[in-house]
Ligand binder design. Structure first.
Ligand code: K2U
Ligand code: ZN
Length: 174
């Protein structure tokens, strides 16, 4: 079922998530809950720390073409094993930092190794939006937000806006 998404600033978003040593049914259920939460947001990626779970699990589905079959992926202990020299700049957002968008430059292609829900080790190279998204999600597992790539001043302004947004939401009881 859908879980509430933490909003920055929140110490749980800055912690390094713990590796998973065995894939249990509740972790598979967590991955399903994260996919439901992601699709509902809507988003194209979500990391476990964003719903307050400090474990190394991310989900993503960056299929954007209308009518194309969705490709939901759940990655346990994902790691980037190689990155392209070529870089790509994308205007990123984050479900934990609503309505804020900023350009972030990252390697255009990355090769990722992970364990899938069946416990099989997988390795795949992603490019384009999939590459941007998987790097954004793995950053979340290391307590890193896309605003950490911005100047200190911009980050402070954004953090102040989020503090106000959380205060207003608390008042409205959202
Ligand atoms: O981690 C998250 O907060 C989910 C992000 C992932 C993401 C951010 C930037 C670039 C690619 C992926 C959300 O999906 S933000 C919503 C979104 C939707 C489509 C394209 C970009 C961002
Ligand atoms: Zn994010």
């Amino acid at each position: 079922m859908k879980r509430p998404i933490l909003i920055h600033p929140d110490p749980r978003l800055k912690k390094v998530a713990a590796p998973i040593d065995d894939i249990s049914d509740e972790l598979r259920q967590l991955a399903d809950d994260m996919l439901a939460t992601m699709y509902d947001a809507p988003g194209i990626g979500l990391a476990a720390p964003q719903i307050g779970v400090g474990t190394r699990l991310i989900v993503l589905d960056c299929v954007k073409e209308e009518g194309a079959a969705p490709r939901p992926l759940a990655m346990f202990n994902p790691e980037i094993v190689s990155s392209s020299e070529e870089l790509n700049t994308y205007e990123e957002g984050c479900l934990s930092i609503p309505e804020i968008y900023a350009d972030v430059t990252r390697p255009e292609a990355v090769t990722v190794r992970w364990i899938d829900p069946d416990g099989a080790e997988r390795e795949e190279t992603f490019d384009g939006l999939w590459a941007t998204c998987v790097q954004h999600e793995i950053d979340h597992l290391n307590g890193k937000l896309f605003i950490d790539y911005l100047s200190g001043l911009k980050r402070q302004l954004i953090t102040r806006k989020m503090v106000k947004l959380k205060r207003d939401r608390a008042r409205e009881g959202v």
